[in-house]
Design a protein around this ligand. Structure first.
Ligand SMILES: Cc1cc2nc3c(=O)[nH]c(=O)nc-3n(C[C@H](O)[C@H](O)[C@H](O)COP(=O)(O)O)c2cc1C
Length: 195
């Protein structure tokens, strides 16, 4: 089983990264092959709305550091999206990747939606969203990005399963690793995750 883990925080030893590693380490013990990508180290642009992926090509035509990762995602069984919440969203680094997944949607998708698959991802690709945030359990509506992305990924990328792992009250880089309850919760979620 191939797992692509996208790290969206600029803090490479920060909370979302720690949480993602904790989750993926267990999956690795279960035999999964993990590829980590530190998005902040790559140079890439957001989607240019050129529609080349709908007209002439079955992939994104931008030739930048994200090109390889976009191809790796197509061959992956599980894609882990790890990010802190920044102003009620994932970081710009992860949002840049998400916008480029527009290239996974087939041409004429508006006519095909709801009738046939419109995604270029593998049919049973699963997503795991790992979120770290400063706000507490009483999650502010603006920070609750999971339902929105779940709906969009189901609708346009054909995702049937998307797991959420959320860490609250995380401010300093080591807060997640020092939160034994959170680490246990992630361990259990990973053990229950079928590889
Ligand atoms: C620019 C910026 C914006 C932020 N916006 C939010 C926010 O809207 N809601 C929130 O709960 N935390 C917010 N935070 C706090 C981070 O989400 C939180 O500290 C997180 O645990 C950091 O994760 P990391 O260690 O993986 O980078 C923000 C932090 C920064 C730097």
């Amino acid at each position: 089983m191939k797992i692509l883990c996208l790290l969206g925080s600029p803090r490479i030893n920060g909370n979302s990264s720690t949480m993602a590693h904790k989750f993926c380490d267990i999956l690795k013990e279960k035999g999964a092959e993990i590829k980590y990508v530190e998005l902040n180290k790559l140079n890439y642009r957001g989607c240019q709305a050129c529609d080349a992926c709908k007209k002439s090509y079955a992939h994104c035509v931008l030739k930048d550091d994200l090109a390889e990762t976009l191809e790796t995602a197509k061959e992956s069984d599980v894609i882990v999206l790890a990010s802190p919440i920044y102003f009620g969203e994932v970081t710009a680094q992860l949002k840049g990747f998400i916008d480029r997944t527009y290239s996974y949607i087939v041409p004429d998708y508006q006519e095909k939606i709801g009738k046939e698959s419109i995604s270029r991802l593998k049919p049973n690709t699963r997503f795991v969203m790992i979120i770290s945030q400063k706000s507490g359990e009483e999650i502010l509506a603006i920070d609750d990005i999971y339902p929105k992305y779940k709906t969009l990924f189901e609708m346009f990328l054909g995702i049937k399963e998307m797991l959420l792992i959320r860490g609250c009250n995380l401010v300093n880089e080591a807060d997640a690793i020092n939160n034994k309850e959170l680490m246990k919760q992630i361990q259990l979620a990973a053990m229950e995750f079928i590889v």
